[in-house]
Design a protein around this ligand. Structure first.
Ligand code: SF4
Length: 210
């Protein structure tokens, strides 16, 4: 019987074998405009990254400064981001987020988890993705794939996302937190599909099913 930490290490090794050491970036943004990454992550809730990228391709040409987002007409912004779904809330949050970034953070995306959480539309998952990607600060982002698959492989009976996040932080080596997020999501999309997991070809089968 191996410990959870040992199991975590072995799973990370299998994930690296399959998906490599690189952390893939699926959302497009301009490197000089980190707020674009933040807004893309906000838009990616319940939406595919491909669709977000299709929307932001035009959106970031039209709103090419943070001030343009802050001064946006919400109805018009809703129309512009319509394909990403939940566009009423997302448009409202993006505009309010832009205003708060300008008024409270000098137009910069904060590199502090709690400050990120204070932004409209930013929950723990978004804050974790943003802080680890933009600033290289280790954070464990738990989305639906990460929660579901982590619970399966570690036989967890946890309900709250915060509890799963806490468990993973204790179990997975800090340097692999971001990789755990991206590679488990890749596994969830390709192999461990919620309604029809392809267990026979799963690279972590022996750790999940024992
Ligand atoms: S073995 Fe099956 S259930 Fe377990 S992670 Fe792989 S695909 Fe999912």
């Amino acid at each position: 019987m191996i410990s959870d930490k040992e199991k975590g290490k072995l799973i990370v090794r299998e994930l690296i074998k399959r998906y490599g050491r690189e952390i893939p970036l699926y959302l497009n943004y301009h490197k000089r405009k980190p707020y674009e990454f933040l807004f893309a992550v906000i838009m990616s809730a319940q939406c595919t990254d491909i669709r977000v990228n299709l929307v932001t391709k035009e959106l970031y040409k039209k709103y090419d400064t943070l001030h343009k987002f802050a001064n946006a007409n919400v109805k018009s912004l809703e129309h512009d981001i319509h394909p990403v779904g939940f566009y009423h809330n997302k448009a409202k949050n993006i505009k309010e987020c832009a205003i708060k970034l300008i008024t409270d953070f000098d137009g910069k995306v904060p590199n502090d988890f709690e400050k990120l959480l204070s932004l409209p539309g930013v929950g723990r998952k978004t804050a974790s993705v943003v802080i680890s990607h933009l600033y290289g600060i280790p954070a464990m982002a738990v989305d639906t794939h990460v929660a579901r698959i982590s619970k399966l492989v570690f036989k967890l009976n946890l309900k709250k996302v915060e509890e799963i996040e806490e468990f993973l932080k204790k179990t997975i080596d800090k340097k692999y937190w971001e990789l755990w997020n991206t590679h488990i999501i890749a596994l969830g999309r390709e192999i461990c599909i919620a309604r029809k997991p392809k267990c026979t070809i799963c690279p972590i089968y022996k750790y999940c099913k024992k």
